[in-house]
Every structure is written in structure tokens, then in C-alpha cells.
Write a protein that binds this ligand. Structure first.
Ligand code: PMP
Length: 400
């Protein structure tokens, strides 16, 4: 039956991981994937998560009954409060509907499906560049993709003028995807003042903002600050969509836990939108899994566990910041040709190095350093002790 099915290529990031796993070199570095690793290269599980899991395992009253189609109600309520703040006017006016999703990707896809079915303008503008899975997730739902300028190759910073021009001339009512904070892959975010200008333009032109928030708390170390862009849009009375992920900020990658929130004009619209989300989710996977939602809910609802989480989150974001500066200092000390100051200007889990394909291949072949082919480095896979090795390798690749 399937004799004529052609084999599909591996997604690039899997190919990098396969090559890394095969490499016997003890010094090899995997900087390609956005996973926070311990100093000895293991995926880091937060202590607060381990603690909650022990409690859940011993809780004889907890069962494995199916969740509602839209997920665990308490998880949805707490997730909305985390992203919009508990004092949010949109929440208080019951204009927000939040549903549990299969992590950030599932939330993006569900949001795209909702827009494809019920939003009149089927064109979505993505920042150039953007997270590699965005085009697939959005186009699979049937939306048409366009891009807006975002990254300035010359300054290694934001092309704010290009962004404003492109959104200024975007199709009326088009959907615009924004990274809430810690832009992947560039590590370049607009300032608060720039966000305000973007917000005004978006509202003026009747564009529809779709936020992707995959790094809340890991960018500045502060959960509120990292959701600021979203909150500016959520409190102006207008509509927006927010995809939220707990993969990175709770280290729950494999649990696949996240949420989709839709801020609507009225409570009645929010109720109707939720009913439509049920119609999309039902024939897709019926209802979402329970374990990740139970972990997140336990942490968000308990003051002490929440505090423990924010302390661990701050430590993770501090390490990104520290290693970022160590790498910059190490390159300066070696006199590596070029200006590397963008490494310390960029924020979050990634830096967009500006290394070209030839240099990246050289790093992999000669120095066993694995990274994305666009030159992105994930600080999640870089410990302080590996910085000198990486700096030597980059120096070698750039000085050839
Ligand atoms: N959005 C962005 C910008 C991301 O970087 C990622 C993960 N790399 C995701 C969404 C989705 O992650 P997940 O499905 O694991 O939550």
C-alpha cells in the first residue's frame, strides 16, 4: 500500500542531534537545541518540579480521569493570570478564554486553526527570521505566510524602521506573529517604547496580534517583565491571541504543556470562541494530557512552590547572562576578528552569532561544536567551563 511513499528529509535540528550523538569526541558541544542543560550536559529538571512530582505520586486522591476538552480549569485560570497578571482588566471582565494545549507548538497550531476557520484575513506576517517551526505550524492550518523585516544583519540588532514600514503596509486586518520576549533565533527584542509604537500601529491598521511566549521569566529573570509586550496589547481593550509554553521556563519539555489564550472584545464573544475551540480540539485529540497540567497548577497555586520556581528561573536566566558575557570576554581576550558586542546586547536563551555556513561547518568538523545552520547558539547547552573551548573554536573558525 505504501510502496510509493517517498521518504521525507529529517528536520535540520534532528539531523544535528543525530550527528552530535554519534560523535565520540569528549569535548563535543550541542548548542543547537533550546534545552537548559546541567554542567555535565544532562537536561535539567527543576527541583520544584521534582518536589511536586513526589507529592503527586503520593496523593491517593489524584486520579487519571479524562480532562475536559479545554483542559484543567484551574490550570487555565492560573496560566491566564501568569501571562496577563491577576489584575488584568481583560480577565476581570471575563473577556479572556484560555485552553490547555499540547505545549507551545500545540497552542500555535490551535490558534492558527481558529484563525483559519473564523478570522476573515488569512494572511499571517512572520518576523524574518523566526522560530523554524512557525511557518509549518501556521501554514499547515491553511494560513498564507508573509514576512516582516525584523533583524538587521549589519547592526545585529532590531530593524525597527523596516518592521514599522512592513507592518505599516501589511494587508488590512492581517495577522502578525510576535515573539513576546527572547526572540528566537536572534535574541533581539523591541524596547518598551518600541513595543508601544508597534501596538499603536497594529491597532491603527486593524492588524491582529498573535503572540508566541515560550520564554517567560527566562529573558530578564522576571515573569512580569517578560510578559510586558503582551500586557500592553491585552489592556488596551483590543483583541489578541497568546500561545504560552512551559517547556523552557519549567523545564517540562517532554510533558508538552502550554496554553492558548484569546482576548476578546466581550465576555459573550469569549464564550463563543471557547465553544469553537472545543469543536477544533474534540476531533483532533479529544482532550489534553493530565500530568504536565497537574505539575504546573501545583506550582502556580502554592505561594511557597511559586517562590521556589521563580528563584530557580532567575538562576537559569542569570546563567544565560553570565555565560553570554563570558563568551564575549573570551573572544575579546583572544582578539577574535570582528565586533562581538551583539552577543552581550542580545537577550534570552540564544545569540545569533553572525557566523556563516562555512564557519559553522568548520566548527562542527574540526571542533565538534554543533549549532543551527543559521548561526544561532543556544546558551542552554553551554556551561561556563566549556566557554574557553568554544571561544578557541570560534577564534579558529573566524581567523582562518
Ligand atoms: N515558540 C518558540 C519561539 C520556541 O522557541 C519554541 C521552542 N523552541 C516553541 C514555540 C515551542 O516549544 P514547545 O512546543 O516545546 O513548547
Amino acid at each position: 500500500l505504501f510502496q510509493n511513499v517517498p521518504s521525507a528529509p529529517d528536520p535540520p535540528i534532528y539531523a544535528t542531534t543525530v550527528a552530535y550523538n554519534k560523535d565520540p569526541c569528549p569535548n563535543k558541544l550541542h548548542l543547537g537545541i533550546g534545552v537548559y542543560r546541567t554542567e555535565d550536559g544532562k537536561c535539567h529538571t527543576l527541583n520544584v518540579v521534582r518536589r511536586v512530582e513526589r507529592t503527586l505520586a503520593n496523593d491517593l486522591s489524584a486520579d487519571k480521569e479524562y480532562l475536559p476538552i479545554t483542559g484543567m480549569p484551574e490550570f487555565n485560570k492560573l496560566s491566564a493570570e501568569l501571562i496577563f497578571s491577576s489584575g488584568s482588566s481583560a480577565i476581570q471582565e471575563s473577556r479572556v478564554t484560555t485552553v490547555q494545549c499540547v505545549s507551545g507548538c500545540g497552542s500555535l497550531r490551535l490558534g492558527a486553526e481558529l484563525l483559519a476557520k473564523h478570522y476573515p484575513q488569512q494572511v499571517v506576517y512572520l518576523p524574518e527570521p523566526t522560530y523554524g517551526n512557525h511557518p509549518n505550524l501556521l501554514s499547515a492550518a491553511g494560513l498564507t505566510l508573509k514576512t516582516y523585516r525584523y533583524y538587521d544583519l549589519k547592526t545585529h540588532g532590531l530593524d525597527f524602521q523596516g518592521l514599522m514600514e512592513d507592518l505599516g503596509s501589511a494587508l488590512t486586518g492581517a495577522i502578525v506573529l510576535f515573539h513576546a520576549s527572547g526572540h528566537n533565533p536572534t535574541g533581539v527584542d523591541p524596547t518598551c517604547e518600541q513595543w508601544e509604537q508597534i501596538r499603536r500601529l497594529v491597532r491603527l491598521r486593524g492588524l491582529f496580534p498573535f503572540f508566541d511566549c515560550a520564554y517567560q521569566g527566562l529573558v530578564s529573570g522576571n515573569l512580569d517583565a517578560d510578559a510586558q509586550s503582551i500586557r500592553m496589547f491585552a489592556c488596551d481593550g483590543g483583541e489578541c491571541l497568546v500561545a504560552q509554553s512551559y517547556s523552557k521556563n519549567m523545564g517540562l519539555y517532554g510533558e508538552r504543556i502550554g496554553s492558548l489564550s484569546i482576548v476578546c472584545k466581550t465576555a459573550d464573544v469569549a464564550r463563543r470562541v471557547e465553544s469553537q475551540l472545543r469543536l477544533i480540539i474534540g476531533p483532533f485529540y479529544s482532550n489534553p494530557p493530565i500530568h504536565g497540567a497537574a505539575i504546573v497548577t501545583a506550582i502556580l497555586k502554592d505561594r511557597e512552590l511559586y517562590k521556589e520556581w521563580t528563584t530557580e528561573l532567575k538562576a537559569m536566566s542569570d546563567r544565560f547572562f553570565r555565560v553570554r558575557h563570558q563568551l564575549y570576554d573570551a573572544l575579546c581576550k583572544r582578539g577574535t576578528p570582528g565586533d562581538w558586542s551583539h552577543i552581550i546586547k542580545q537577550v534570552g536563551m540564544y545569540t545569533f552569532t553572525g557566523l556563516n555556513e562555512d564557519q559553522i561547518d568548520f566548527l562542527t568538523e574540526e571542533h565538534h561544536v554543533y549549532m543551527s545552520s543559521d548561526g544561532r547558539i543556544s546558551f542552554g547547552g553551554l556551561s561556563s567551563k566549556a566557554v574557553p573551548y568554544l571561544a578557541d573554536a570560534i577564534h579558529d573558525a573566524v581567523s582562518r
